[in-house]
Write a protein that binds this ligand. Structure first.
Ligand code: PSU
Ligand code: MN
Length: 315
């Protein structure tokens, strides 16, 4: 049974689908989308490009084809060359682009590193259903005043893609983020734990709304959701491996310090997440970067297994 609908001509005209990704999609083989904001705005060079290459390799080792997503010269790129990864890791003209930015970046022929939200949207346009990242955006602390709620949550509400992440970054308000996901009808499911994870830490103090025991169960959830016509995404939370975690009591004061430094600088909007991640790397003298890389690799392995199990269900 064919599992892949060809791209709409309007989309095809704006998209460069890597031939390997195109073949995998046409053949119903598992594909995992990867984002690029984490490369351009989430980590320093050269660790960012090493992480990007390493994560693609992890996806392959676990039986799926990686498709890193970005916008280059206004073209939607799904599956990148090594030179394109290097450009994203080094070129300072690469903007952080969320869903709202996509039409401008495309129309004006610019470079953009895609966030969770815009990567989900592009993945969905080409028929990729599983995506691995580090942590998803959410409701920022103090959102009652600033209204800073990541567009990642809006996209999870409307786009049919499973996002595998290490939970929600502890620089955010995790409780409010879970509330918004519930309101939007997005299943927030933790793999193998009753507690929702907090990115650098396995524990957040918040019970996970839902739990699955395996990647195979997660794939069945995706199949059931979309078979029922329940549109929108699934957030599959995968706790950071124990040996890489920074326990909550250790990371919390560092996060507080980074938030205070940010307030002093008066940063707002799309600058906040990149600033906080970078500042926490400085404060922890690189330890948070090692944790971030470890959790992304772990998510890539899980996403590849979910994509494989889901491809088998659709075959
Ligand atoms: N995960 C990481 N590092 C990152 C991100 C996720 O390990 O830099 C990025 C993702 O692209 C996510 C973005 O969409 O952070 C959230 O940005 P904002 O809070 O502005 O929505
Ligand atoms: Mn924001």
């Amino acid at each position: 049974m064919p599992t892949y609908a060809p791209l709409r001509p309007e989309v095809a005209a704006l998209t460069d689908l890597h031939p390997e990704v195109a073949d995998a999609l046409a053949g119903g083989q598992p594909v995992v989308a990867l984002e690029s904001t984490i490369i351009s705005h989430g980590m320093p060079y050269p660790q960012n490009v090493e992480m990007a290459r390493g994560v693609e390799a992890v996806v392959r080792e676990h039986g799926a084809i990686p498709a890193t997503v970005a916008v280059l010269g206004g073209r939607l790129k799904v599956g990148l060359t090594p030179d394109e990864l290097e450009l994203l890791a080094t070129d300072r003209n690469v903007q952080k682009i969320s869903t709202r930015d996509l039409p401008v970046t495309v129309a004006l022929g610019r470079h953009g590193a895609t966030t969770v939200a815009s990567t989900m949207r592009i993945a969905s346009l080409v028929g990729i259903r599983v995506f691995a990242t580090g942590g998803t955006g959410g409701v920022h602390r103090g959102a009652g005043e600033t209204m800073d709620i990541s567009a990642d949550l809006t996209e999870l509400a409307r786009t049919d893609v499973c996002v595998v992440s290490a939970g929600v970054k502890s620089i955010l308000d995790i409780g409010l983020t879970l509330e918004v996901l519930e309101t939007q009808g997005v299943p927030a499911i933790t793999l193998g734990s009753e507690e929702f994870p907090a990115f650098y830490s396995r524990r957040s103090g918040f019970a996970s709304p839902l739990t699955v025991a395996s990647e195979a169960e997660a794939a069945r959830v995706l199949h059931a959701k979309w078979s029922l016509g329940l549109r929108g995404g699934v957030l599959l939370a995968n706790p950071i491996p124990e040996e890489a975690e920074i326990p909550a009591e250790e990371i919390t004061p560092h996060i507080e310090r980074a938030l205070a430094d940010m307030a002093a600088l008066g940063l707002t909007g799309k600058e906040t997440t990149p600033y906080l991640l970078g500042r926490i790397v400085e404060i922890t003298e690189g330890r948070s970067l090692a944790a971030n890389i470890a959790l992304v690799r772990h998510n890539a392995a899980v996403a590849a297994r979910v994509a494989s199990a889901y491809a088998a269900l659709r075959a």
